[in-house]
Design a protein around this ligand. Structure first.
Ligand SMILES: NC(=O)c1ccc[n+]([C@@H]2O[C@H](COP(=O)([O-])OP(=O)(O)OC[C@H]3O[C@@H](n4cnc5c(N)ncnc54)[C@H](OP(=O)(O)O)[C@@H]3O)[C@@H](O)[C@H]2O)c1
Length: 288
């Protein structure tokens, strides 16, 4: 596998990240050995951005165990606010999560600490921004981020405190298409989840209801010869100029290789991109 992947600057962090990142939320169970192989294959493929969270099962432990020796090869992002009983939006729980995450990943600091989807009210009531800023002052976190969606995103952007945002986006989920541009123009980095819409049903884990739009819009007709449907969706995500890194998760080495290949094939041509958008618009899959 070639190790050249296109990169983008993750907003004001200045970090140069590969536009294909890795989401470590393993949606299918894997053995320790499979995780070792998969995580190292991610870095061997040239991917330099890994996203995890305090509540992604043993994901942080696996990163600590299998990738600690390669720590200088990737940007490490995790999330806090998670708790075994659900999310708890207090300063105390954020710091509990931070210390646990550092210990599990065997590191002294992480590059990006993201809040794991609090509402604006939860963020204000818990004074969560202050807690993140204190983590940064203590040298345990380099940059602070927010994983969020509409309707919260505009308020968070108006605070101008987050260095990066994690936002869902794909051809099949275009709600944030315009907001990604607003976010990048505000100087923040954009980290995209859901960039392959969980993979085509039957091949990946996507649901037929979510992929109905793909069929209805006739997007398969716009694929290159021998391109898979999942790859086309990934390249649609990549074509958005304000998408910095797409943290696709996979437990399948063949899927990892296919995703790398899709990103290396590059964005859709201008005419295919415009046609895909028009077809999606026509069936009502539009930006919010
Ligand atoms: N902040 C949040 O609230 C939040 C929520 C969800 C996710 N996330 C983060 O975002 C990452 C990605 O999000 P996501 O898992 O929701 O969405 P996603 O990246 O669109 O989908 C990942 C799933 O797609 C399948 N897949 C990947 N490549 C494929 C391919 N080439 N062909 C067919 N199927 C393929 C994988 O199944 P296989 O294992 O079978 O390949 C995987 O489980 C997560 O790992 C996590 O880090 C964050």
């Amino acid at each position: 596998m070639s190790n050249t992947l296109p990169t983008a600057t993750l907003g004001r962090t200045g970090l140069e990240v590969t536009r294909l990142g890795f989401g470590a939320a393993h949606r299918r169970s894997m053995t320790d050995e499979e995780m070792n192989t998969q995580l190292n294959a991610v870095l061997d493929a040239g991917i330099n951005f890994i996203d995890t969270a305090n509540d992604y099962g043993n994901s942080e432990e696996m990163i600590g165990r299998h990738l600690r020796h390669r720590r200088d090869e990737y940007v490490l992002a995790t999330k806090c606010g998670c708790h075994p009983d659900g999310h708890i939006w207090t300063r105390e729980n954020l710091f509990r999560g931070l210390h646990e995450s550092l210990e599990r990943m065997r590191v002294d600091s992480v590059d990006i600490m993201q809040l794991h989807n609090p509402s604006v009210a939860e963020c204000e009531q818990g004074e969560l921004v202050q807690a993140l800023q204190d983590m940064r002052s203590q040298g345990k976190v380099r940059w602070i981020g927010m994983s969020t969606t509409l309707p919260h995103l505009p308020t968070y952007l108006s605070w101008d405190v987050f260095d990066a945002y994690q936002i869902p986006y794909s051809a099949l989920e275009r709600d944030h298409e315009v907001w990604l541009t607003t976010t990048a123009q505000a100087g923040a980095g954009t980290i995209i989840r859901g960039g392959v819409a969980l993979g085509k049903p039957g091949v990946g884990l996507g649901k037929s209801e979510s992929w109905q739009a793909y069929t209805e819009a006739g997007l398969a007709d716009l694929r290159q010869a021998d391109e898979s449907d999942t790859s086309f969706v990934l390249r649609y995500t990549l074509t958005h100029p304000d998408v910095h890194t797409i943290i696709v998760g996979t437990t399948n080495p063949a899927h990892l290789a296919e995703n790398v290949q899709a990103i290396q094939a590059g964005p859709l041509s201008a005419d295919v991109y415009a046609e895909a958008k028009q077809r999606l618009d026509r069936i009502g899959v539009t930006p919010a």
